[in-house]
Ligand binder design. Structure first.
Ligand code: C2E
Ligand code: CA
Ligand code: CA
Length: 404
């Protein structure tokens, strides 16, 4: 199918906007265009395989069924075409919606601000490719904001912990907290299936505080068993746009009785921020309270050099895509080494994530990177399993002829 013969559906509750979109599409050579002014009407089209569009231009803000709910139905109905999100909302909201749709495995070509510029729309449509086979429904369980909210209030979220070990001695330095949803019907649900929903619907602050509170209670339990471990909690930078969030974190920490130096916050930037002043202030205040800060997923996405320059990080985590296989791939190795050298020059501690096999581990240990983390060392596990795992790791490390 060539680009100009794709079936496009424009979905917007505003009739003027629909007319405008049809005119723009015609002008850029697309004539197979249908329109709908509600999600319900659009779903009827989607339900008919013969009428199913290849591309949907989707208005996020519609009365009754909004764009995010519509995306959920698309997944339920196994839609394998592409979408472009359109909204008058700010960049942040559009990016959150895009992230959410991608988390549901919908192909998103991009997002546009209203009023839509013809050149920008034409550029995005150029990215369109024929649909791949429909992904089986079972893999694509979708959760609504209400379900995620209920999971938080009903205590269905549980923490797992993945060890971080020193590359020179094998010593277990700490753990990273990774949240899971113990779903009453669906079993274990992974964060990629609900963190995006929590972020898009203003639930991420509550989720983080719950994860943090549980992680600190777990640290106390380990301390009672004579284990001192640093604990890292993931924080999306989105939470830091509200200034009192830093105080909330400090409050939870103080109540727990755990020393601030034990806590590490792994910060990922989920969107580009024009204004770093508010997160800068929040992070600086956390740093002043002696909480350690770590920049996560370094090298991909929106983690940038500007952040390293401006924000007070203690640790840098090299993204797993530069770690696994770096010993066999010159390009990856070069990227890994430059992240490492940059962090070292900035006097930061460096973690390699995604150490999946012996070759990765040997490579990371040789480079002078401080800490390794990944499936080769251990998968994330319930807190209660950590002490026994540490004993078996020490044995493994000893017999594999390394220094203990
Ligand atoms: P992340 O912070 O980059 O965490 C590492 C992810 O990689 C985890 O996936 C972990 O299980 C996985 N992983 C660890 N070792 C390996 C390895 O050797 N190979 C491969 N391929 N993967 C490995 P998980 O638990 O599914 O978490 C996914 C993401 O969800 C996390 O990425 C983090 O960004 C987010 N997340 C998890 N818990 C929280 C939370 O409490 N709050 C927030 N805001 N985000 C969270
Ligand atoms: Ca992390
Ligand atoms: Ca990471």
């Amino acid at each position: 199918m060539n680009q100009n013969s794709i079936n496009i559906l424009a979905l917007d509750d505003d009739p003027f906007m629909l007319k405008l979109l049809v005119r723009i599409l015609k002008n850029i050579g697309h004539n197979k265009v249908s329109t709908c002014d509600s999600g319900q009407a659009a779903l009827e089209l989607i339900n008919n395989m013969d009428l199913r569009p290849d591309l949907i231009l989707l208005d996020i803000n519609m009365p009754r069924m909004d764009g995010l709910e519509f995306v959920r139905h698309l997944v339920e109905w196994c839609y394998s075409g592409s979408i472009i999100l359109i909204s008058g909302e700010d960049e942040r909201t559009r990016q959150a919606a895009e992230k959410l749709a991608r988390a549901h495995k919908i192909t998103v070509l991009g997002h546009l601000h209203k009023p839509v510029k013809p050149e920008a729309l034409a550029e995005l449509i150029k990215k369109w490719e024929p649909a791949k086979n429909c992904i089986p429904r079972a893999e694509l369980k979708i959760y609504s904001a209400d379900e995620v909210r209920a999971a938080i209030t009903n205590g269905e979220l549980i923490n797992h912990y993945q060890p971080k070990v020193a590359t020179d001695t094998g010593q277990v330095k700490g753990v990273e907290t990774l949240v899971r949803w113990n779903h009453p019907h669906d079993g274990m649900v992974f964060p990629d299936q609900f963190i995006g929903v929590a972020e898009a619907h203003g639930l991420i602050g509550d989720l983080t505080l719950m994860v943090l509170t549980d992680a600190l209670s777990q640290v106390k339990l380990w301390q009672d068993e004579g284990l001192t471990l640093h604990v890292a909690v993931n924080l999306s930078m989105d939470s830091l746009v509200s200034l009192d969030f830093a105080d909330l974190i400090a409050g939870v920490l103080e109540k727990s009785g755990v020393a601030p130096q034990i806590l590490e916050l792994e910060v990922t930037e989920t969107r580009l921020m024009d204004d770093l002043r508010i997160p800068l202030e929040a992070l600086s205040r956390l740093r002043l309270k002696r909480i350690r800060l770590s920049i996560d997923d370094f090298g991909i996405g929106n983690s940038t050099l500007a952040q390293l320059r401006d924000l007070p990080f203690d640790e840098l985590k090299i993204d797993q895509s530069f770690v696994h296989g770096a010993c066999k791939n010159k390009k990856l190795e070069a990227m890994f080494n430059s992240c490492l050298s940059l962090a070292k020059q900035l006097k930061m501690s460096v973690v390699a994530e995604g150490v999946e096999d012996q070759a990765d581990f040997d490579f990371v240990c040789k480079t002078g990177c401080d800490i390794a983390q990944g499936y080769f060392i251990a998968k994330p596990m319930p807190g209660a399993d950590i002490p026994a795992w540490i004993r078996s790791w020490k044995n493994f490390y000893r017999v594999s002829n390394r220094r203990v």
